[in-house]
Design a protein around this ligand. Structure first.
Ligand code: GLP
Length: 245
């Protein structure tokens, strides 16, 4: 295992979520005016619950932080229950003292999604880059919506979704046909520029891809494998996801 990767194996999802929230909260407390990168998906929901708890019970202060989400479907109504904007408000932003002017999520309705992606990248840079980026991992190794075979030097961009991703995300929509075919995502390069990465995964169905990503060859076929070259990665996973490491 690479020296730059710390792996924390938690007993179960609850413990994993608690530990991840603790690490993230420490970073916010140490860097109260910096930018932080957020992810959606089922994986970080427990961590967000714990962050809300830390805010309510221990005054964890979000008032100075800026937030950048990894990705967003396009096109999709921003208030659609499946939009990542809606997800973030429901799970975190509505429950903590984040300044709404400092919340950045790619615009799911942007008339020119290519331009939106370019401007998003520039905003991250203008806000000083990302201190800590939360990541989940897709079953095909995607991070954000960087699908297999995307180049490692990609910036934030408008991109088609892989068939496997549309099928996997269909569970959140009425049917696979309702899943948007495209998204705006931070690129691998944008993600690699974050000063720290906090990767979460749980459940036995993530065990194989975690092994490939963390111990396998560094290849665009497994987008998350590039994290082996990042200077500071903390992986917090449950026992089931850790079975092949
Ligand atoms: C989605 C998101 C990713 C997320 C991944 C895993 O498609 N774009 O950011 O990490 O899939 O999702 P889950 O946590 O639900 O397994």
């Amino acid at each position: 295992m690479h020296k730059n990767i710390t792996i924390i194996v938690a007993e179960d999802y609850e413990t994993m979520s608690h530990k991840a929230a603790e690490i993230f909260a420490e970073s916010i407390t140490a860097n109260p005016n910096k930018s932080f990168g957020f992810a959606t998906g089922a994986t970080p929901v427990g961590m967000y619950k714990n962050l809300v708890k830390l805010h309510k019970q221990e005054n964890l202060d979000f008032s100075g932080v800026s937030t950048f989400n990894l990705d967003e479907y396009h096109p999709l109504a921003p208030d659609s229950p499946q939009s990542y904007r809606q997800f973030m408000y429901d799970n975190l932003f509505s429950h903590v003292n984040i300044n709404k002017n400092n919340i950045f999520i790619p615009d799911s309705k942007a008339a020119d999604p290519h331009m939106e992606a370019k401007e998003y990248e520039a905003k991250i840079e203008n806000k000083g880059g990302i201190e800590m980026q939360i990541l989940g991992i897709g079953l095909n190794g995607h991070i954000g919506f960087n699908e297999p075979n995307e180049t490692f030097d990609a910036n934030t961009r408008y991109t088609p979704l892989a068939k496997a991703t549309i099928e996997s995300n269909a569970r959140h929509f009425a049917s696979a046909e309702d899943v948007p075919t495209n998204a705006i995502t931070m690129g691998i390069r944008s993600i690699m520029l974050a000063r720290h990465i906090l990767l979460l995964a749980n459940g036995v169905n993530k065990a194989t891809i975690l092994r490939d990503a963390l111990l396998g060859a560094i290849t665009p076929l497994v987008p998350a494998s590039i994290l082996q070259l990042h200077q500071s990665v903390t992986v917090v996973i449950d026992k089931e996801a850790a079975t092949l490491l």
